[in-house]
Design a binder for this molecule. Structure first.
Ligand code: TDX
Length: 321
């Protein structure tokens, strides 16, 4: 099996993240943007893909609030480019298009209840709306052109290599620099946390064993309020860095709430578990411990990824090949 990784290497991407793969004979990296239809058609022609796993997205809610247009461009326009290329290059009923999506398409929950396969679409941020649009486009290509597809909607991921704009790596980065840790509002919003390796395991099972035309919900079943999560994470961090318990909690700083901040996400993955035999292997605390270990071991990665010149250097190394 051959793998081709198409990535635009925007601000959150870095070739260092896939350095371990570069020497594998069945792996190729292609620098480019999914909105570039000429490039995408050329790659379909060159590699004769038999499946596309579509992870490529602008994914940070706060950025979508300040710059919604970029989200429509990548997440909606980019998805239609990939779908059109699949339609143009695969005969009806051939190929497989796996769209990796989010639980945010279902909007927000109150204190109880879970998102299920029957939950109506109700996105509330420009990011969530762009992902919902992409989900709808994928289903429409299934119904209209017979494109074989799979969709996965997943809860909050965390773990190694996550860009420090997302809550968990941001907390670790700020704790390392001893700068304030912003908690939006009162910190009582709730998320369902999924360790990234558990998500990847689910994606692999869905890709190879999922029934075509189905949607699978994937969640960690590890809910926490943001404040509870930040405190638990800082406790792990303090313990692993030899600080007194509670030392880093003094960095917590309550800041203005996010506009339209979804109160709670929680997803029911029982159908996925029953049908495919997948279940998350990490409790939140186990996942946080692994995550803290990784970021402590890779502190240079953390400072490099935030350094634009370093990323540009990596990109130019690729351009010069
Ligand atoms: O500095 C912060 N302070 C804070 O309180 C940041 C960055 C976040 N938060 C809060 C907002 C959320 O309630 O923490 C929670 C998690 O925030 P994010 O890491 O930005 O994730 P979220 O908005 O929940 O969306 C994530 O989950 C679903 C991902 O970013 C999406 O890409 C995914 O689809």
């Amino acid at each position: 099996m051959r793998f081709v990784n198409l990535d635009a290497l925007t601000y959150a991407g870095n070739l260092e993240n896939v350095a371990g793969l570069t020497d594998q004979p069945n792996y190729s990296f292609e620098l480019g943007d999914i909105t570039d239809s000429v490039l995408v058609e050329r790659l379909f022609d060159l590699y004769k893909f038999d499946a596309v796993v579509h992870f490529a997205a602008e994914s940070h809610v706060d950025r979508s609030i300040t710059d919604p247009t970029t989200f429509v461009r990548t997440n909606v326009d980019g998805t239609i480019v990939l779908l059109q290329a699949a339609r143009n290059n695969w005969k009806a009923g051939q190929g497989l298009f796996h769209h990796v999506s989010t639980d945010e398409v279902f909007g927000t929950l109150g204190p109880t209840g879970l998102f299920t396969l029957n939950s109506p679409y109700a996105p509330r941020s420009p990011y969530a709306a762009s992902k919902a649009s992409a989900d709808h486009l994928v289903r429409s290509f299934g119904a209209t052109y017979g494109l074989p597809y799979l969709i996965t909607n997943t809860s909050n991921n965390y773990g190694p290599y996550q860009f420090p704009e997302k809550l968990i790596p941001l907390v670790l980065n700020n704790a390392r620099q001893r700068i304030p840790i912003p908690v939006y509002g009162k910190g009582d919003n709730v998320r369902d946390w999924l360790f990234v390796e558990d998500h990847c395991a689910a994606l692999e099972i869905v890709l190879f064993q999922g029934s075509i035309g189905s949607t699978y919900l994937i969640g960690g079943s590890q809910e926490s309020s943001n404040l509870g999560l930040v405190k638990a994470l800082l406790d792990v961090y303090d313990e692993k860095t030899g600080q007194a318990s509670g030392h880093s909690q003094s960095l917590i700083s309550f800041v203005q709430d996010r506009a339209g901040h979804d109160f709670r996400y929680a997803i029911d993955s029982s159908e996925t578990q029953k049908e495919l035999g997948w279940s998350p292997q990490h409790s939140l605390i186990e996942g946080l411990k692994k995550t803290v270990d990784w970021y402590m071991k890779h502190s240079s990665w953390l400072s490099n990824i935030l350094d634009d010149s370093y990323r540009t250097y990596y990109k130019s190394q690729y351009d010069n090949r």
